[in-house]
Design a protein around this ligand. Structure first.
Ligand SMILES: *[C@@H]1O[C@H](CO)[C@@H](O)[C@H](O)[C@H]1NC(C)=O
Ligand SMILES: *[C@@H]1O[C@H](CO)[C@@H](O)[C@H](O)[C@H]1NC(C)=O
Length: 362
């Protein structure tokens, strides 16, 4: 039936014990480990927009083709290259989620520009962390990292992101920390890779907005949703999903049933191929607690995008179960699994414990 036109999937089942817990940084050329967290000061003004720029001219005799960009920010950012919008952070980004973008470059002068801000109310640390792999026409490469050679200016002067804008009067960026330093020290930056390297590390068991101290939840079914905002040049090609639930689940991707499971000790792995070009990505799950007992949902997934640049590049983003998911504990609305369903009134989920903690330790 029409379903198959939009999504197809393959399924493999694997035991928890066989899941690799190594960090998902398969492509060493794009590691973030030598990049610095930068901002305009050690303490960020909440919700105040900051513009950050890196101008780059290649060495004499070299011409650029494209760039592969791995980027993450605390809390939110939008990325522009030569004035064109490339993509943005997922909402409530946490610094362990890096996105990977592929862009074409001009032969000589190029500008990488980011507007970013922290969210919330109190003074906080803001940070932007990025690595940019540049490819030249002769096949050679160069790497740019966020560091004190970037410029940072509070507020957004008109045309701040464009090629023609003169940023020479802007202050240089403040290095607020090396990769791995507090307050980002206990985070792991997962980078989309080909093939995807997925694990449950750092994923959180979630449930609806009320979990008693005992952890014992009433029997019944709950609906969960997570939408993934797509950047202008982001067209999803595949999603690789690792999922487990206590006790039973049914998973949907963009409204299509993908699979189900009924044993939290056995995770399932699905690869979903998007055959049309969706403008929205929605993952939805019904989880049933079969008797009054503990209940939870654990998901880790990577969405890969159709490459847009001329260089060999894997674009994509990662999503784990976290506070960005929404859930309802009322009756399950019809079409809740469909793109376009309005979940704005649904509360954020409760984060219980991180994998592999009790009561789901194995
Ligand atoms: C970031 O800059 C762009 C381009 O100037 C602007 O359109 C956009 O609104 C800015 N983002 C925010 C959150 O203000
Ligand atoms: C792209 O890069 C991967 C890994 O570096 C390599 O295996 C693959 O052959 C490359 N593809 C093309 C079209 O160059």
């Amino acid at each position: 039936m029409p379903m198959a036109r939009f999504v197809s999937f393959v399924l493999t089942t694997l035991l928890f014990a066989s899941i690799s817990l190594t960090a998902a940084t398969a492509d060493s050329s794009l590691a973030l480990s030598t990049s610095k967290w930068i901002w305009n000061s050690a303490t960020a003004i909440p919700n105040a927009l900051l513009a950050l720029r890196k101008d780059f001219t290649p060495p004499l005799g070299k011409a650029l083709i494209g760039a592969e960009i791995v980027i993450t920010g605390d809390d939110i950012y939008e990325l522009y290259v030569n004035g064109d919008y490339v993509g943005s952070s997922t909402p409530v980004t946490r610094p362990r989620f890096a996105q990977r973008f592929c862009v074409d470059l001009l032969p000589s002068f190029n500008v990488f520009a980011v507007n970013a801000s922290t969210t919330g109310s109190g003074a906080d640390s803001g940070g932007l962390l990025a690595t940019i792999l540049l490819t030249y026409t002769d096949g050679s490469t160069d790497t740019l990292v966020t560091d004190s050679s970037w410029r940072a200016k509070s507020g957004l002067p008109l045309g701040w992101e464009t090629l023609a804008f003169d940023d020479t009067a802007w202050p240089v960026a403040t290095v607020v920390g090396s990769y791995g330093v507090a307050p980002w020290d206990n985070v792991l930056v997962n980078i989309p890779a080909d093939p995807p390297v997925l694990s449950f590390e750092r994923a959180v068991w979630i449930w609806t907005d009320v979990v008693p101290a005992s952890g014992i939840l009433p029997a019944g079914s709950r609906a969960f949703r997570r939408s993934f905002p797509l950047g202008l040049n982001q067209t999803p090609s595949t999603a690789t999903i690792l999922i487990s639930a206590d006790n039973e689940y049914t998973l949907y991707a963009n409204g299509v049933t993908i699979g189900s499971g009924s044993n939290f000790k056995i995770a399932q792995r699905y690869t979903v191929n998007f055959k049309s070009a969706p403008t929205e990505l929605v993952f939805a799950v019904i989880v049933t607690n079969t008797a009054a007992s503990t209940a939870g949902l654990l998901v880790s997934m990577e969405v890969n995008m159709v490459p847009t640049g001329r260089t060999n590049c894997t674009a994509g983003g990662l999503l784990l179960t976290d506070a960005g998911w929404k859930s309802t504990k009322g009756s399950i609305p019809i079409r809740f699994e469909q793109p376009g369903f309005d979940d704005s009134a649904w509360p954020a989920v409760v984060q219980q414990v991180s994998y592999p903690a009790a009561p789901w330790a194995h």
